[in-house]
Design a protein around this ligand. Structure first.
Ligand code: BGC
Length: 244
């Protein structure tokens, strides 16, 4: 099936048509800057602009950095408060005229990795962790996703885990890779003790530099970088629309 995949982030909104049978983008992706206030309607307008640029009138899958239940955005950690309680599926469907399905961004990236990337054919429990402005999580057992796990907000030593171990935290605190790996290790160790996964997949922009910190991790669970990098968000958002 051909679905328009859209990845909404704090700085950019990216989209491209995806062949959900192969995971391939069917055209070069388009990126438009995220509107300044990051509120629902202006963002939906940008999604509409992307849909129109591809002359789109079929289903659209959208990844967004918040838990999404039945099409409704439940929480706003790094996005405008106006999203809380917004029925995103209804709003985006109204503005684009296409059938829109929103899912959490980390769940989207995880679906893409499990289907076409580092998690393909992996048995047991796999946890995808995306490191960016926040920490996103997606947990799979025998390939099945349990959606909306917000493990970036696990409290570790009295603080939100993403405040200490996201890529934004690394940059904010100007950490060396060694120091950052120590913080990430603590986070993954906590996750390991709670879920005993077979594999961690590390995604987000930082995964391009995985050789600088993954070898420094000392947890027992195998840790690998994501394989789809830039495209995981778009491909996974399209796959999310298939789950409706
Ligand atoms: C949000 C999650 C999101 C993650 C990565 C967190 O702050 O609460 O929903 O998946 O950031 O973007």
């Amino acid at each position: 099936m051909h679905i328009l995949g859209i990845d909404i982030g704090g700085s950019g909104i990216k989209g491209a048509p995806v062949d959900t049978e192969t995971g391939q983008l069917l055209a070069e992706r388009l990126r438009i800057k995220t509107p300044k206030n990051g509120e629902p309607e202006p963002i939906a307008e940008v999604v509409n602009q992307i849909a129109q640029s591809f002359n789109w009138n079929s289903p659209i899958g959208i990844g967004f950095p918040a838990p999404i239940k039945g099409g409704v955005t439940m929480m706003a950690a790094n996005v405008s408060e106006k999203w809380v309680g917004t029925n995103a599926d209804a709003l985006f469907t109204k503005i684009t005229g296409c059938d829109c399905t929103m899912i959490n961004d980390a769940d989207a990236a995880g679906l893409a990795e499990m289907t076409y990337g580092a998690g393909r054919g992996q048995p047991g429990t796999v946890i995808m962790v995306t490191l960016g402005t926040g920490i996103g999580s997606a947990i799979f057992h025998r390939g099945q996703l349990i959606p909306n796990t917000e493990f970036g907000h696990l409290e570790i030593e009295g603080e939100d885990a993403e405040f200490r171990a996201s890529d934004a935290a690394r940059q904010r605190d100007d950490l060396s890779w060694k120091k950052y790996a120590k913080r990430l290790n603590k986070y993954l160790k906590t996750m390991e003790k709670l879920f005993w996964p077979n594999l961690f997949i590390i995604g987000g922009g930082i995964s391009k530099e995985s050789e600088k910190f993954i070898p420094l991790l000392t947890i027992d669970t195998h840790v690998v970088p994501a394989q789809l990098l830039n495209e995981a968000g778009i491909v996974g958002a399209a796959l999310g629309a298939l789950r409706k």
